[in-house]
Design a protein around this ligand. Structure first.
Ligand code: ZN
Ligand code: ZN
Length: 272
């Protein structure tokens, strides 16, 4: 970024991201993007997962009643699970920082990631996020659907299905090909297609996407904090993805139930 191209008066009313870019990230927009998106991911990932770990070791009656697989004992993170999660979480944290560092130049191939400008209007944020969700859900559904064909499942997607009783931390279990084509492609194609995207909206988008996936793997059909509680017909969520892990079939969507309903792959436990 050529600093001389920034209008002089911009220093008078520096936006939050412009301020941290100059103060902490050597005026590098690439570094600001990478770190801010990484922090958005990690913050939600660890906050939600630490709550789930606490719930797993402490039986809270008000929450226990929402546990989905009540016919099985609680996970309590047996040693095999801890080992698997530890390895995969460390690998995921390291690979994510490298993946994100290549996202910024890719997004700038079509339009520009705004970092120094003011935060967009609420209307712009909402329509951008809506487009991101629609595109992510489309990519996620169809790649996931393909990953459940015999060969791709055996050699790629099976790793994600090791645990039939999921918890938030197992959401990172994935073959690298799955991470790229199912997860990263789905998340970043929407922002790539919209020319002017703001870092604030992208941080919000990353937080929503991480929240959605941790929630889907939580093992608890919690009311109020789950989006599908408000729009059960339209939004996919914990009940759908938990069923998917139990049976390794049906419910391939991420945010929405649209594609599953069209392809006749939508199913809930209570439908049986
Ligand atoms: Zn899953
Ligand atoms: Zn699957």
């Amino acid at each position: 970024m050529d600093i001389s191209s920034i209008p002089e008066d911009s220093s008078l009313e520096k936006t939050f991201f412009a301020h941290i870019c100059d103060k902490y990230f050597y005026s590098s927009e690439w570094l600001t993007f990478t770190i801010c998106i990484y922090i958005s991911f990690e913050l939600i990932f660890w906050l939600y997962n630490l709550c789930l770990v606490y719930i797993e070791y402490n039986d809270i009656p008000a929450i226990e009643k929402y546990r989905i697989q009540k016919h099985k004992p609680k996970l309590r993170f047996q040693s095999e699970m801890i080992r698997e999660i530890k390895n995969e979480t460390i690998k995921h944290q390291i690979s994510l920082i490298f993946a994100l560092s290549s996202v910024y130049p890719l997004l700038n191939l079509n339009g520009h990631v705004s970092i120094r400008s003011s935060i967009p209007s609420l209307f712009t944020i909402l329509w951008h996020i809506t487009v991101y969700i629609l595109i992510e859900d489309f990519i996620f559904f169809w790649t996931h659907y393909l990953f459940h064909t015999r060969w791709l499942y055996k050699y790629i997607h099976k790793k994600h299905h090791i645990f039939k009783q999921p918890t938030g931390l197992v959401s990172v279990l994935a073959n690298p090909l799955e991470s790229v084509f199912q997860n990263q492609l789905g998340v970043w194609l929407g922002p790539f297609l919209i020319k002017e995207k703001h870092l604030f909206t992208l941080c919000l988008w990353m937080s929503i996407r991480v929240y959605q996936t941790i929630n889907a793997h939580s093992g608890y059909d919690l009311p109020y904090i789950s989006p599908q509680y408000y729009f059960p017909w339209l939004l996919s969520g914990t009940l759908q993805h938990d069923y998917h892990h139990q049976h390794a079939r049906m419910n391939y969507g991420s945010f929405l139930t649209i594609w599953d309903r069209l392809m006749n792959t939508h199913k809930l436990q209570k439908d049986e």
